[in-house]
Design a protein around this ligand. Structure first.
Ligand SMILES: [Zn+2]
Length: 310
C-alpha cells in the first residue's frame, strides 16, 4: 500500500508512489494536450496503473492553476489549451480512495516544510519560476488555501498597470508576463526594440529575428557575457525583486525557496538581482531567499505530503 502523488504541469506530468520517507518510484511524461479536457485524468490513471500497486491509500495532486479545490478541477489556466479540466472525480471513481487537488505551489511549500529547507519553519513561501510563475505560503504554520484554492497567485500581482506587456490571463503588466519562461521572449523583444542589438551572441542565436528568441537563448547568451542578454536578465531581475518584495510585505516569511525550471537552470542569474534589489521595495525584515534543495521534485513531494494529510 502506497500513497500516490501527482504533479500536473503545463509541460510535464509526474506521478509517484511514496510514503513518509519520500518518493519510492516516479514516472514523468509530457502532459497530454491533444485529448481534450478528459485527457489528463486518463493519462494519470494509465500512469498510476503502470506502477502495478494494488490500490493507493490516497492520492494527492499539485497542479497548474487556477484550480477549484472543492470541485477538483483545473479551471482556466493561461498555460494549457483546455478549461474546466476534471481531475479528482475521475480518479475517485476509478480507485474509490480520497483524492485532493491543490495548486502546485501550495503543494510545493508543504513539500518544502516536510522534506526540504523549511523543516521546523512556520513562515515560509515557495515561488516557482517556470512556464508560469506562482507561489505557495505557510503563515504561522497554516497553509494558505483561499476560497477556491488560489490564495497565493503571486504571478498575477500587477507590477505595472501601464505596461504594454499583457499576461496570458489577459491582464496588463502582471509579474508572470515579464518573468516566466513562456513570457520572457515577448518581454525581451520589447526591450530589444529600444536598443541596437545587431551584433553579438543573442543576435546570432535568434538568427537576427527578435520573434525567434527563446528563453533558453537569452540565459545562454547572458552566461557567455552577451551585453544585450545581460541587460534583459537585469530588467527581469528588477521585476522579480518587486514581486519578491510584495511577497515579503504580504506574508512576512522567514524563508522563501525558489523552484521551477527557469530558476533551477539559472540559479545565479535569477537569485542575484532579487537579493540585490529587494530591499528597495520592502518594509518587512528580509527573509532568507534560496533555490529549493528539492529541485524538480518539490511539487510532487508536496503532493505526497498532501496525500498523507487527507
Ligand atoms: Zn496574469
Amino acid at each position: 500500500m502506497s500513497y500516490v502523488a501527482i504533479d500536473i504541469g503545463a509541460t510535464n506530468i509526474r506521478v509517484a508512489v511514496g510514503d513518509y520517507n519520500g518518493i519510492k518510484e516516479k514516472k514523468v511524461e509530457k502532459t497530454d494536450t491533444i485529448d481534450g479536457a478528459v485527457g489528463v485524468s486518463a493519462q494519470i490513471v494509465r500512469l498510476i496503473d503502470s506502477f502495478g500497486i494494488e490500490e493507493p491509500i490516497s492520492i494527492g495532486i499539485g497542479s497548474i492553476g487556477p484550480i477549484n479545490h472543492a470541485m477538483g478541477i483545473i479551471t482556466n489556466t493561461p498555460n494549457y489549451p483546455f478549461n474546466n479540466i476534471p481531475i479528482t472525480e475521475p480518479l475517485k471513481e476509478q480507485y474509490k480512495v480520497p483524492v485532493t487537488i491543490v495548486n502546485d505551489c501550495t503543494a510545493a511549500v508543504l513539500g518544502e516544510q516536510m522534506f526540504g529547507a523549511g523543516q521546523g519553519i512556520e513562515n515560509l513561501v515557495y515561488v516557482t519560476i517556470s512556464t508560469g510563475l506562482g507561489g505557495g505560503a505557510i503563515v504561522d504554520d497554516n497553509l494558505l488555501l483561499g476560497k477556491d484554492g488560489n490564495a497565493v497567485e503571486v504571478g498575477h500581482f500587477t507590477l505595472d498597470p501601464e505596461s504594454d506587456i499583457i499576461c496570458g490571463c489577459g491582464c496588463r503588466g502582471h509579474w508572470e508576463a515579464f518573468s516566466s519562461g513562456k513570457n520572457i521572449p515577448a518581454y525581451a523583444e520589447k526591450l530589444l526594440e529600444k536598443n541596437d542589438w545587431r551584433k553579438g551572441l543573442l543576435f546570432d542565436l535568434s538568427g537576427g529575428d527578435p520573434k525567434k528568441l527563446k528563453t533558453e537563448n537569452i540565459f545562454e547568451a547572458a552566461k557567455k557575457g552577451d551585453k544585450h542578454a545581460l541587460q534583459i536578465i537585469h530588467e527581469i531581475g528588477l521585476k522579480n525583486a518587486i514581486g519578491f518584495a510584495n511577497i515579503v510585505n504580504a506574508y512576512d516569511p522567514e524563508l522563501i525557496t525558489i523552484g521551477g525550471s527557469i530558476a533551477l537552470k539559472n540559479p545565479d542569474l535569477i537569485l542575484k538581482p532579487i537579493l540585490e534589489n529587494i530591499e528597495k521595495h520592502t518594509i518587512n525584515r528580509s527573509p532568507e531567499i534560496m533555490i529549493t534543495p528539492l529541485g524538480q521534485d518539490s511539487v510532487i513531494l508536496g503532493a505526497l505530503a498532501f496525500a498523507m494529510r487527507i
